[in-house]
Design a protein. Structure first.
Length: 349
């Protein structure tokens, strides 16, 4: 590791020089959007680490011994995240679809991921938005339940990846505890040991059912439901799940597309618990994981938390911004980021 730099742009500058093999001041100015004097100072700071200055010709060169392999900018961000976690008293975990991918769960972002997971639906000309919508349960109920039945089986059979265990260990060290806000419907935070009363599933849960006729407002667990699905055709086999009260078709208690009849009662109760917990804590640290801009619910929540004074660590493989001064943004997958932050944390203790 190079000497601890005082300039927050040090590692950005280091990376910019090595990436482009360019030691010029104008290059640094352009890449980092900084003034002339700032670029001069940064180049001097890099001397002995990646740069050397030849006095007789007044030229700058990249040192042959410069470490080009370690991404120090990333390491510094991981270390900063570890320091924040080490000193936090309360933690909010805000998780989106990227959290589930490392457990081997399919990603429905973009039609490509969806069609790879459900080729039979592609052959029927059905996209994710069509099958994950209330009309699908009226028009093609065996197919709609084939899709959700398969997902229920898959989420039940899949073990949450090691990153969940890392988060659960951080939960244990928080004096004021931890709360999960997630748009995932897989129930994996509870499976990983997080208490039910500390998880807010803002899009519902695939492990709960509701009536499509909205007879009573009841939400009931899927414990007795054991889906038999013809996976090659994505078709439900046998009797479809029904509402125990009125006998109408049942559906997952999951927020779908254009879903005006999602029963939000359970999710709202979870939200109330979250708000009560937030009132009892002071600016908890927020770790946002795998939450994209396409479904902005989780990002909107973390933005509100920042407005309330929370610090933010954002883990996002595809949509991290390296120049955001308001957050530590880490462009890695969920599991790798969490495990590497944990390594820094363990080294600090
Ligand atoms: Zn009913």
């Amino acid at each position: 590791m190079p000497k601890t730099p005082h300039d927050p742009l040090y590692y950005h500058a280091r990376r910019a020089v090595l990436h482009a093999n360019d030691t010029g001041i104008s290059h640094l100015q352009r890449r980092l959007r900084i003034g002339y004097q700032h670029a001069i100072d940064l180049r001097h700071a890099l001397r002995g680490d990646v740069l050397e200055h030849q006095a007789d010709t007044d030229t700058w060169h990249i040192r042959a011994e410069a470490d080009r392999h370690t991404d120090f900018l990333l390491e510094e961000k991981l270390a900063q995240a570890a320091r924040l976690i080490g000193s936090a008293k309360a933690l909010v975990i805000a998780a989106g679809a990227g959290m589930g991918i490392d457990s081997g769960l399919p990603d429905f972002r973009g039609d490509e991921g969806f069609l790879r997971a459900y080729p039979a639906l592609g052959r029927q000309g059905l996209c994710f938005q069509t099958i994950a919508s209330p009309p699908a349960f009226e028009q093609v109920p065996l197919t709609a339940w084939g899709f959700y039945g398969h997902r229920l089986n898959l989420y039940r059979a899949t073990a949450p990846h090691a990153g969940f265990g890392v988060l659960h260990a951080w939960d244990q060290r928080m004096a004021q505890g931890c709360f999960v806000f997630t748009s995932n419907v897989d129930g994996h935070f509870q499976k990983a040991g997080f208490p039910t009363a500390r998880v807010h599933e803002c899009h519902g849960s695939i492990h709960r059912l509701q009536c499509t006729a909205h007879c009573s407002g009841e939400i009931w667990p899927t414990a007795d439901l054991h889906p038999q699905v013809d996976e090659a055709a994505c078709q439900w086999q046998g009797e479809l799940p029904h509402c125990p009260r009125c006998g109408a078709l049942a559906r997952p208690n999951v927020l779908m597309f254009d879903d005006w009849h999602w029963n939000a009662t359970r999710s709202q109760q979870q939200r109330m618990l979250l708000d009560m917990w937030l009132d009892s804590t002071t600016a908890p640290l927020v770790i946002e994981i795998g939450a994209g801009r396409a479904v902005p619910t989780v990002r909107n929540f973390t933005r509100r938390m920042q407005q309330r004074g929370s610090a933010l660590v954002r883990i996002n493989l595809r949509e991290a911004s390296i120049h955001n001064p308001d957050a530590i943004e880490i462009a890695l997958g969920a599991r790798e980021a969490l495990e590497r932050i944990q390594q820094h944390l363990a080294a600090d203790i």
